[in-house]
Design a protein around this ligand. Structure first.
Ligand code: HEM
Length: 451
């Protein structure tokens, strides 16, 4: 590792490598959490659910952030055909992020919390993240040079970087008594920042996917097309307003919720349509030469459709009242972060890390098997969560007063399916990404130039 992050050898690909490590360890923590669903008290002393949940959630969220940073920096270099403005700034960004992630995971292991849901670490650990992100923004803006005649992905990346900085900082406003003392306002701001934060990293991911699709098809007109810019503006609007669907249960203005309801699906619909159209335009040779990345992009398209159906259902206020606080919400969160974000990012990882030091041809069967295993088990995983959520929502609304523990006991068969399919999902993804690690290790030992 030391060699990889030394000045001479540092490239944004190292972000991707760390991202894949976080993805693997994050899924391992998720599996322990899943086991704790079925065996209450499992590893209670050393690693209780209060610890495994944030360990899992933070690891996988940092997988998304690291992979997005690596993708943006690598593709920016390819797009401009020049070096980044400063390799040192991206190296510093990398070091700051690694330091905070390691500190965050250690804090969780020792039961040191202090933050809020999703970012439960002590707030001070967000400081290196904010500083690193400012460096990222500076490096990006100077490396791009001009915004004149830029393709859609440059706009998406710039918007994603700026808004992540804004929303991540905003999610810490509760530290100030002025915000903390007004419960409804505080919760509104909290959920608004979270919803918009997801929209921000979606911008980074969609931008990278647009770049990858343009690269595979060899047709730049995609990235300048009206449809691509409509996706950009829908994403931007969504990023600003879709958070309303997080606050259905708060006593606030209904128009906020209705606007968010009507716009939150448009972005996915357009993205799904773009991938569909792009897929149809490719030649057989283009599909074959980029088969690994292509496979994951197509999988994301299918997951966009499935998640749209679930999201449309959940966004209807009368249904949302039932689904709120059930495993249907977890199915929505994991269905989108795994099915859409992770599939798109894995396509990008394949494109960036493939074949640099060894040929991946001997691993084709393994990668294909891993891909199918991951996607089929994700389907079972997702259905099991939805089924558990439906039963829980029935319990929440029932007047029968069945005890919580009895209801949870009744959900055990679904949690067993969830757990087994979670393990298969983990195995599938690890098999699919193993050749990428092997390739990087080969680079490491042969000291080949991995630029
Ligand atoms: C790419 C892989 C994964 C991603 C991106 C991911 C993402 C997430 C997210 C965002 C949440 C928070 C959900 C919410 O608060 O509503 C979550 C929760 C959880 N995940 Fe995953 N996950 C992944 C894989 C797994 C795997 C393989 C398992 C294994 C069974 C798993 C088990 C869990 C559990 C038990 C929770 C806690 C749910 C609760 O609070 O009741 N995850 N995951």
């Amino acid at each position: 590792m030391e060699l990889s992050i030394s000045k001479a050898k540092f490239t944004p690909k190292v972000f991707i490598l760390v991202a894949l490590i976080l993805l693997s360890t994050g899924m391992l923590f998720g599996t322990i959490g899943g086991l704790q669903y079925i065996i209450p008290g499992f590893l209670k002393e050393a690693l209780s659910f209060e610890k495994t949940r944030p360990l899992h959630v933070s690891s996988v969220l940092f997988w998304i952030l690291f992979a997005s940073m690596g993708a943006v920096l690598t593709y920016l270099k390819e797009h401009t055909g020049k070096k980044l403005y400063s390799n040192n700034l991206s190296r510093l960004l990398f070091i700051l992020f690694v330091i905070s992630v390691v500190a965050i995971l250690i804090a969780y292991c020792f039961g040191v919390f202090g933050g809020r849901e999703y970012w439960e670490f002590p707030p001070i650990l967000s400081a290196p993240i904010i500083i690193g992100w400012i460096l990222f923004l500076i490096n990006f803006i100077i490396s791009v040079g001009t915004l004149k005649n830029q393709p859609v992905y440059i706009w998406m990346w710039l918007t994603g970087i700026i808004f992540f900085l804004f929303t991540f900082s905003e999610s810490y406003l509760w530290l100030f008594p002025y915000f903390n003392n007004h419960v409804v306002n505080d919760m509104n701001i909290q959920w608004k920042s979270y919803g918009s934060m997801v929209g921000s990293w979606n911008m980074l991911i969609y931008g990278s996917s647009m770049y990858l699709m343009t690269k595979i098809s060899g047709d730049k007109s995609y990235a300048f097309s009206n449809k691509a810019f409509i996706l950009y503006f829908a994403g931007l609007f969504n990023l600003m307003f879709n958070w309303g669907h997080h606050i259905y249960t708060l006593p606030t203005q209904h128009y906020v919720q209705y606007i968010s309801y009507s716009v939150s699906m448009t972005e996915l619909l357009i993205l799904g349509n773009i991938i569909y159209g792009w897929k149809a335009s490719l030649t057989k040779a283009q599909k074959f030469f980029n088969r690994d990345a292509y496979r994951f992009l197509v999988a994301a398209d299918v997951w966009i459709f499935l998640n749209l159906v679930l999201a449309i259902g959940m966004s209807i206020p009368a249904i949302n009242v039932y689904t709120h606080g059930t495993h249907i919400t977890v199915a929505h969160a994991m269905g989108t972060t795994i099915g859409i974000n992770t599939m798109l990012l894995l396509a990008v990882c394949y494109d960036i890390l493939k074949d640099t030091c060894i040929s991946l041809d001997p691993y084709q069967k393994l990668m294909k098997f891993g891909f199918w295993l991951a996607n089929s088990s994700l389907f079972a995983f997702w259905i099991a969560l939805i089924a558990a959520g439906v039963l829980k929502s029935k319990w929440q609304m029932s007047s029968d007063q069945i005890a919580f523990s009895v209801m949870m006991q009744n959900l055990t068969p679904f949690f067993i399916v969830f757990m087994i399919s979670g393990v298969l999902l983990l195995i599938g993804i690890v098999l699919a990404i193993y050749p990428l690690f092997k390739n990087h290790l080969a680079c490491f030992f042969t000291e080949k130039n991995i630029q």
